[in-house]
Design a binder for this molecule. Structure first.
Ligand SMILES: Cc1cc2nc3c(=O)[nH]c(=O)nc-3n(C[C@H](O)[C@H](O)[C@H](O)COP(=O)(O)OP(=O)(O)OC[C@H]3O[C@@H](n4cnc5c(N)ncnc54)[C@H](O)[C@@H]3O)c2cc1C
Length: 376
């Protein structure tokens, strides 16, 4: 295979050819109603991309990758979308969790990232708790120093794909409750470790995509720290740039694919053309903003609080695609069997202004830290 680490155009061209091969048809327009079934199916696709090399770019060779940077991931998501294939839940989590583990725990990345890149396993992100969502620094799940490392007790909730993940990257408290964000540490926990229990949570659509995770005196050895003790907030902030921004690019590719699909499903009336055109503009606004973010991250720069704009634009674009589907499909959207995927996606679109920090919180960040507006 050619080395594409410094050849983004060649990477795109050869990837397009690879995705057009008949053996990849299995994943075109993939829709599996149950979440574990969908994850198993996309894991097989990720395995193909890994074996062919295309799924390994954007990550260092020492961690099972083939070099390159986040732009390779962006091209992969783009081309998957253009080929009508899923960007997959696993790639969403890889986008969010891969870069911080590579940066802050290279040894853990060397040991475990290859399983993620090859689709054999994936990890969940354990940040939120019942009383600590927007106010993440209030979290209570605690790792107490003990023989052999730390003992972890507490719980996490709303963990995306937690029920099928094999490992969880968790933000936990190692300092006092009053130390807020200064007393936090990032750790990696195996789901099959003694004392871990994971229970799936169904979304309004009926899909069990989230999970609740309980930790009862779970041993965390020092080699499972992602970053140093007390550095968890810095690791989380680095991670959030990827969760809010690169994930937005990935999702935009999928949404563009869904909008194309909608355009073929509805009659070409003036109303349809106007609505699809206006939604297309929302998507282009998202991509224009997100392109800049991907470039900055690829250049090793930090995006910081500006990543909140990407997240807000994603929420607006995702909800406008799904609102257009609901309007244009009419009664078939509500009743038709053929529209069950649209209905599920419409439900999911409601969460885009919640996960990764709610829209209100993102607006607050932009007001305080980007625009420096006076506090009301
Ligand atoms: C589909 C989905 C997937 C998710 N995946 C994960 C995951 O993988 N890992 C993980 O750790 N978490 C995950 N989450 C949790 C998500 O990060 C939280 O739901 C989110 O941070 C909001 O926290 P909360 O639900 O506790 O709401 P709360 O913080 O209780 O907020 C309730 C309401 O108050 C508003 N509010 C709160 N604070 C402010 C403020 N300062 N200014 C203005 N308004 C405010 C919020 O906007 C919201 O409307 C997921 C959530 C969803 C819906």
């Amino acid at each position: 295979m050619a080395d594409y680490a410094n050849d983004l155009a060649g990477f795109r061209k050869d990837l397009q050819q690879f995705l057009a091969e008949p053996r990849m048809d299995r994943w075109r327009d993939l829709y599996v109603e149950d979440v574990p079934g969908e994850m198993a199916e996309t894991a097989a696709m990720i395995g193909e991309l890994y074996d062919a090399g295309f799924g390994r770019y954007g990550f260092p060779i020492a961690a099972g990758g083939l070099g390159g940077d986040v732009r390779h991931c962006a091209v992969l998501f783009d081309e998957l979308g253009a080929a009508g294939m899923p960007a997959s839940g696993q790639y969403g989590l890889l986008t969010t969790l891969g870069a911080p583990v590579v940066k802050f725990a290279p040894e853990l990345a060397a040991k475990y990232l290859p399983e993620f890149l090859s689709g054999k396993a994936w990890w969940g992100q354990g940040f939120s708790e019942t009383e600590a969502g927007s106010d993440l620094a209030a979290l209570r799940c605690r790792a107490t120093p003990a023989e052999g490392g730390y003992r972890l007790s507490g719980h996490k909730t709303w963990t995306s794909h937690g029920a099928t993940a094999t490992r969880l990257v968790c933000l936990v408290r190692t300092g006092t409750q009053e130390s807020r964000h200064r007393g936090l540490t990032m750790v990696m926990v195996d789901v099959d470790a003694p004392g871990v229990e994971v229970r799936p949570i169904e979304l309004a659509s009926g899909r069990a995509e989230l999970a609740e995770c309980f930790f009862d005196d779970v041993l965390v050895t020092p080699d499972r720290l992602v970053g140093e003790e007390g550095q968890g907030w810095a690791v989380a902030m680095f991670l959030l740039q990827y969760e809010r921004a690169v994930y937005a690019w990935q999702r935009a590719s999928t949404l563009m694919q869904r909008l194309r699909s909608l355009a073929t499903e509805v009659a070409p009336t003036e109303q349809a053309e106007r609505l699809i055109g206006s939604v297309y503009l929302d998507l282009i606004a998202l991509r224009a903003r997100s392109l800049e973010t991907v470039r900055l991250l690829a250049a090793g720069e930090s995006v910081g609080p500006e990543a909140s704009s990407d997240k807000l634009l994603l929420g607006a674009a995702e909800q406008s695609v799904m609102a257009a589907a609901r309007t244009l499909l009419g009664p078939a959207f509500v009743l038709g069997d053929a529209a069950s995927r649209w209905r599920e996606e419409w439900w999911f679109s409601r969460t885009t202004t919640i996960y990764g920090g709610s829209a209100e919180v993102q607006r607050g960040i932009l007001a305080d830290r980007v625009l420096n507006l006076p506090k009301g």
